[in-house]
Design a binder for this molecule. Sequence first.
Ligand code: ZN
Ligand code: ZN
Ligand code: FE
Length: 760
Amino acid sequence: MQVRKQIAVSGIVQGVGFRPYVYRLATERRLKGSVRNTAAGVVIEIQGAGEAVDDFLTCLPAQAPPLARITGVSVRELPCHGDQRFQIFASQGQEAIRTLISPDVAICADCLRELFDTRDRRYKYPFINCTNCGPRFTIVRGIPYDRPLTSMAAFTMCSACQKEYDDPLNRRFHAQPNACWACGPQVELWDDSGAKLAGEDPIRRAAELLKQGAVVAIKGLGGFHLAVDATNAGAVERLRERKGRVDKPFAVMVPSLDVAETLCQFDEAARRTLSSAQRPIVLLRRRGEAAIAEAVAPRNRDLGLFLPYTPLHYLLLEQGHFSALVMTSGNRSEEPIAIDNAEAVVRLRGLADFFLVHNRDILLRCDDSVVRISEGRTRQMRRSRGYVPVPVFLAEEIPSVLAVGGELKNTICLTKGRHAFLSQHVGDLENPQAYSFFEEAIEHLERVLEIQPAAIAHDLHPNYFSGQWALRQKKLPLVGVQHHHAHIVACMAENHLNGRVIGIALDGTGYGTDGHIWGGELLLAGYGGFECAGHLEYVPMPGGEAAVREPWRMALSYLYRHFGRDFLRLQIPFVQQLDPVKVRVLLQAMERNLNSPLTSSCGRLFDAVAALAGVRQQVNYEAQAAIELEMATDETLAGTGYELEIVEKAGQLIFSTRRLFVELLADVEKTTPAGIIAARFHLALVDALASATETLRQRTQLDRVCLSGGSFNNRFLLEHLQACLRGKGFQVFTHSEVPAGDGGLSLGQALVAAHRVRSR
Ligand code: ZN
Ligand code: ZN
Ligand code: FE
């Protein structure tokens, strides 16, 4: 009995080897029919014995190519035709336009085998790829995703490559970046003036130079890296000095999982994430005996590891010269990553001694992604290469909007149907080059995703460059979204929640609706709006922004608030080391309300505790004091923390820190180790947040809690609070797909704006 069915498949199903896969699946089962790309995805018609057709339908999603992501399959019956065979129809013109572009992915196992196979015609060819792997997003100029609209347009395929490209049964059928030694891009080694070095094998030469301690700029998928041998302390120090990067940890590329395991502690989830096609940097707990220069990640218990992801990386590490390479973004601190050869030579002058470049242009910069593992789940900290532009899938269709994100760690978000497309990591917009990248990212994503937003969402902070950009767009309605509301809604969106939730938003800085700087907020929130239910008590930030860079100022502020000038008589190192002149100025400023904005920031509370515990008085990168306090925490401490009191004021729950500081100072006076102080502080915060949440449940009957904001990058805080809330019977929702920090802000803004547009 013959049947014929039409199967429409949506999701990421183009440019990932889906049609040849369908072809194989059908012909193996002797099915006739066709497969073609359409605007919505792929449409398949199959005809044959009922059993074979059923089998085809079962296998179709289960065995799909690694890069495919099927989001929908619909099947309908058709009358039988007289097809003689199964055919692949070519994409035509506009057909491919509305489907999703694949992200850039690591070299696949088949290509890797060929790369090191002496008999293969691509033996050691640094740009080997196929439909299952290679560059995508970063080489696309426009859509449809076809060679002429990629940076491969500059290369004409040789006849051998063309044959593979045209053969539906070949792994390189319609692999747009297909190339080989004869026809494709090539690698060169340049000196620091951009002059090409003579020699046979530039990659081997670069490996030798690295071994000798040189800093080599290496062109990758989404931009340049600056590389040094991670076991060479002198080289790592030199890179820090040149980059102007004092303490912020560097990521390390290792040749294999085996080597990774000698450096860090591992579980199955870590292994899976490290070797996934996305190849993010994974933050892992380092082993005490890890053979790596101390300067790679000073005072940090974690190490960011990643595996090679381009053939070039494999060739470089295959030379066997090193077990670990520092690979950091090719930029000066806080600038966007360099992508163009000539641009790199200029911008990285004085940073790199040599440049390992190639002539396949990167059209869109994309930094490495950074993730953490918690409770067996991958948690995004910087969502970029490998993940972008895969959308966050939403619970329902929403209107199209543009959200411009925050100021630091900026990303933007465009929505369409059930998809929220977050951009790659754009960076800190106060940097002029990052700001132009921001404008470029908006323009590029609107174009390749074909989205015309109906509104623009932005943060309320009057000085954010992203917000100011939004205010200059005269054609579209604007929706201002409060920072912490956006954080909580981002968490709701990725967890497909509706209605109202209790939101705990903890971070460093966010502009509040009362004009103060928020950052330790309890909200009752939904897509339509929010109510403030409580917050950390307000304290002044003496000197404003300077207090963010100098945590000791926050300690001063809390001590002054709770003990007046009496705190100056305390016999503790913190007080003894204060500069009396600065103290006098700051105390006066606070007394007179000069340049001392009020804040309820959780990040600033961490700063104060870190300063008093002797962990850090000044920071060299964002959130350094909080990170080092977390890293110092004695995780084995049992028992209770300090007492963080909750008092009610005008219906809000205010966290009063007086008792906490009394108890903390007693510990400091007893010279209690910083690790114990840090643990007691964390536990105090967890207890107080949990009991406040309990009170809110009694008042509202809400029992779903969303945790968001950059402070939840703190694993100790996240895991303890989660466990505590679950113990009380709450449903707890956290971030995984988008960062808890400001990199996830644009998603929340977008959802709030889309809700506003729809309810108009
Ligand atoms: Zn491949
Ligand atoms: Zn070729
Ligand atoms: Fe934030």
